[in-house]
Write a protein that binds this ligand. Structure first.
Ligand SMILES: Nc1nc2c(c(=O)[nH]1)N=C([C@H](O)[C@@H](O)CO)CN2
Length: 118
């Protein structure tokens, strides 16, 4: 299956288990691969027939800020479900990194895969 990709999307949002984290914004870095038939858009060079990665990037930041949660696992699950229903995405792989969370690491994060690749 073809894929539309968003890599290294940096968003600022409220996320975290601890009380102090609920009072600040932190950086999340998001990678997203979405299964899609890209040939349909390419046939007549039509944006409307593909997944608009610019629009989806904006929606991801909006969703995170409108749905604050404790765990990146919860955000990943809810965001995957929102994107799949909103854009009729049959399969996706979503990685959420929280690079500032553990000081002696490059990053920490979760990766989930949902749906059928076809
Ligand atoms: N698997 C996870 N572990 C932890 C999370 C998380 O979201 N998933 N979150 C925290 C804290 O919020 C952390 O980011 C700050 O200390 C701890 N562990």
């Amino acid at each position: 299956m073809d894929k539309v990709l968003i890599k290294g999307l940096r968003i600022q949002t409220t996320i975290g288990f601890y009380q102090w984290e609920k009072e600040i914004k932190q950086t999340l870095v998001i990678d997203l691969a979405m299964g899609w038939n890209t040939a349909a858009a390419a046939e007549n060079d039509e944006l409307a027939k593909t997944l608009d990665y610019a629009e989806i990037s904006t929606e991801i930041e909006k969703f995170a800020n409108q749905n604050p949660v404790d765990l990146i696992e919860t955000l990943a699950e809810r965001l995957a479900s929102f994107l799949m229903s909103q854009y009729a995405i049959p399969w996706l792989k979503l990685t959420i990194n929280k690079p500032g969370a553990v000081h002696n690491t490059e990053t920490v994060g979760v990766e989930i895969e949902r749906g059928q690749a076809g």
